[in-house]
Design a protein around this ligand. Structure first.
Ligand code: SF4
Ligand code: SF4
Length: 326
């Protein structure tokens, strides 16, 4: 099997140019807010290195500035809140309420089990009342595969949380409450075709648990953080990178999410995406915070900080927080 070495990975920018692509920003539409690394789970593939012992959390001052920027950036249509488990941040609801009052489309990237944690009993209802779309990780419809990746005793509560969301109208036609599931591979391989896998999920989750949902997003594992450590530990880094390189798709590159998204970290730093945030690769040509810009539109002229992990977004049908790109 072919394997590339760390030092021979082609420069991502060169690969774009070789395919006649020059990827600048498009008008900004999505504000993605990572409110911190605390999570009630500690999944093996987590690109955030999140877990119950992490203490990094967006505070009141940073939350207030993010809300100010949201208000001053009317062209931002979508507010996408992630973590960790974002619901565990004490300012999560404040962000949702502000985005709701401004008429933004709101997304909560939810790990499902958090909805059953003590103190979170009314979170699902809060999300439903404010029309928050839920994007929920569920890497399989089988207990064994889910728990291999996300930890013991995660599957049952995940199913119970999905049933709770369905009971509130999530995932049901005409409710206006979107419930989208996320699949990511359980190893060093690319996701299968999204539409076929979605049909399998729909059939199996419906048949076994009576669960309904809107869409399945397939997301490629990025070679960073915990997944990178696992690749290196198992001697699979070179083979995996080679798979991403072999599958480079210029059409997918045109749709990478950093072109119309900006990502804010728990401490107010600005990034091109959540992956760059984890690698501390700043947006544009220097590190910048939310206190150094007047509004988010200021960032549309900045270059995007591409690096070798970006091949994860451009492999096969492409990958983004909204699933396949092509
Ligand atoms: S639930 Fe999500 S944020 Fe939490 S550890 Fe798992 S992948 Fe990371
Ligand atoms: S990983 Fe790279 S290509 Fe993907 S969204 Fe981030 S900057 Fe863009």
């Amino acid at each position: 099997m072919n394997a590339v070495s760390q030092t021979s990975i082609p420069d991502f920018g060169e690969s774009l140019r070789a395919n006649g692509l020059s990827l600048g920003r498009l008008p900004l539409e999505i504000l993605q807010i990572n409110v911190g690394k605390r999570c009630n789970q500690a999944c093996h593939h987590c690109h955030v290195d999140a877990g119950p012992k992490r203490i990094e959390m967006m505070n009141a001052r940073t939350t207030a500035r993010v809300i100010e920027l949201m208000r001053e950036s009317p062209h931002v249509r979508i507010v996408d809140i992630t973590g960790g488990a974002p619901e565990l941040n004490p300012h999560f609801r404040e962000l949702v309420l502000a985005a709701y009052a401004l008429g933004k489309q709101i997304i909560d990237r939810c790990n499902l089990t958090v909805l059953l944690e003590p103190g979170q009993e009314d979170t699902a209802q809060f999300l439903a009342i404010h029309g928050v779309g839920v994007v929920a990780s569920l890497p399989c419809y089988s207990k064994a595969n889910v728990e291999k990746q996300r930890g013991l005793n995660v599957f049952g509560p995940s199913i119970a949380a999905l049933q709770k969301l369905n009971a509130l109208g999530y995932g049901r036609a005409d409710s206006g409450l979107e419930l989208n599931l996320v699949y990511n591979p359980g190893g060093a391989f690319l996701p299968p075709p999204q539409a076929a896998l979605e049909a399998d999920y729909r059939r199996e989750l419906g048949r076994r648990f009576g669960i309904v949902f809107n869409q399945l997003y397939t997301i490629t594992n990025m070679p960073i953080s915990r997944f990178l450590h696992a690749l290196e530990r198992d001697g699979e880094f070179g083979v995996y990178m080679q798979k991403l390189l072999d599958a480079f798709n210029p059409q997918a590159a045109l749709g990478v999410m950093c072109r119309n998204l900006v990502s804010v970290s728990w401490d107010g730093q600005l990034y091109d995406c959540d992956f760059n945030q984890m690698l501390e690769l700043p947006l544009g040509d220097r590190p910048r915070t939310i206190w150094e810009i007047a509004h988010l539109g200021d960032l549309e002229r900045e270059p995007i900080a591409f690096a070798s992990h970006c091949y994860g977004c451009t492999a096969g049908p492409g990958s983004s927080c909204g699933g396949a790109l092509t």
